[in-house]
Design a protein around this ligand. Structure first.
Ligand SMILES: CC(=O)SCCNC(=O)CCNC(=O)[C@H](O)C(C)(C)COP(=O)(O)OP(=O)(O)OC[C@H]1O[C@@H](n2cnc3c(N)ncnc32)[C@H](O)[C@@H]1OP(=O)(O)O
Length: 302
């Protein structure tokens, strides 16, 4: 893609509209692809996202390379990116988030100066937590306390992705209260940033509205996000339902691709950024070209 040259002084930051945060998630797009995307292709794509005005990128992970081989080169990817931290007062701050699933992952991320945030997937479903991270929920809550301490020592923001936060496909009991209680428990442990994730894309706009309204009523909109998955035709309705409920932190992936490889057959892609960013009034550039590029990577490296 030909675009404007990388310019760290773009203001105002289009990714963070005073109260809005938009996280573009190439990590989620790529993590399930079987053929390795060449390092340079990843770097070029991420630089194009920065050029297009994305300031918050979920771009890699520090997990077992056996579990997610596609992202084993995250350290090399980071090395090629510009620093997320501004060198001058008029430069914008970026957020580079990487997923971690255990203390070892956090320790690896802590070594990376350019990682500003780490994301821990914590499910309300015991079955999914075991599939995704090899740990029960009973083991995962104390681990979260440990991760919180390690993250603050390393000066990294810790985000909890509350997987299956809109119900789960494993037949375990779930109610809106289940997710709210999990958010409260995260906050009690000192983890402020929590994104409610519909990992398998099962929520209707009505359910998104119900969960988000209840969450905003109990916790307020600050540091409360949604990471939704859906088929393309429902994506905008879901995003608007969350927005109308007061959510201001959204996540998606260009092309509407991706998803967790451990979520099972019912997986659907991320919310397509090229649809939901305009619907939310977020002015990123080159969205249709970038979406095409995201889909081409899926096709070429499936
Ligand atoms: C909803 C979402 O989309 S979340 C994102 C997608 N999900 C993920 O990225 C989670 C990926 N999951 C994992 O990496 C694994 O489940 C783990 C590592 C967290 C746990 O797996 P377990 O098999 O229980 O862990 P265990 O400690 O036995 O280690 C297994 C192997 O991984 C290696 N390993 C464990 N943690 C890490 C790490 N953070 N970084 C690199 N390697 C690791 C171990 O060395 C071991 O390797 P070996 O088989 O060569 O000896």
């Amino acid at each position: 893609m030909r675009g404007r040259p990388y310019n760290p002084r773009m203001t105002p930051s289009p990714g963070v509209h005073s109260r809005w945060t938009y996280v573009e998630c190439p990590r989620d797009s790529w993590q399930g692809l079987h053929r390795p995307i060449p390092l340079q292709s990843k770097i070029d794509y991420l630089l194009a996202l920065l050029e297009a005005g994305f300031t918050h990128l979920d771009l890699g992970s520090f997990v077992s390379p056996k579990a997610v081989p596609q992202l084993a080169d995250t350290g090399q990817v980071l090395a090629a990116l510009p620093s997320p931290r501004p060198g001058r007062a008029d430069e914008e701050t970026r957020d580079y988030l990487c997923i971690i699933a255990n203390a070892r992952g956090l320790e690896s991320a802590a070594q990376e100066e350019k990682v500003t945030s780490v994301g821990y997937p914590l499910s309300v479903s015991d079955a999914f937590q075991r599939r995704n991270t090899g740990k029960s929920l009973e083991e995962s809550w104390p681990l979260l306390a440990e991760l919180r301490a390690l993250a603050s020592e390393a000066d990294k923001r810790l985000v909890v992705y509350l997987s299956m936060g809109f119900g789960n496909p494993d037949g375990e009991p779930w109610a809106v209260q289940t997710s709210l209680d999990a958010v409260a428990r995260c906050r009690d442990l000192g983890v402020s940033d929590v994104a409610l994730a519909d990992t398998v894309g099962r929520a209707s706009p009505e359910l998104v509205a119900e969960v988000c309204r209840a969450a905003v009523a109990r916790f307020g909109p600050d540091k409360l996000g949604v990471h939704l998955h859906a088929r393309s035709e429902q994506a905008v309705a879901l995003a608007l339902a969350a927005r109308d409920a007061g959510i201001r932190w959204f996540e998606g992936a260009l092309g509407g691709v991706g998803g967790c490889p451990f979520a099972g057959d019912t997986l659907v892609g991320n919310l397509p950024t090229e649809q939901i960013a305009p619907a939310l009034g977020l002015p990123f550039e080159n969205l249709s070209v970038l979406a095409e590029r995201a889909r081409a990577l899926q096709y070429d490296y499936a």
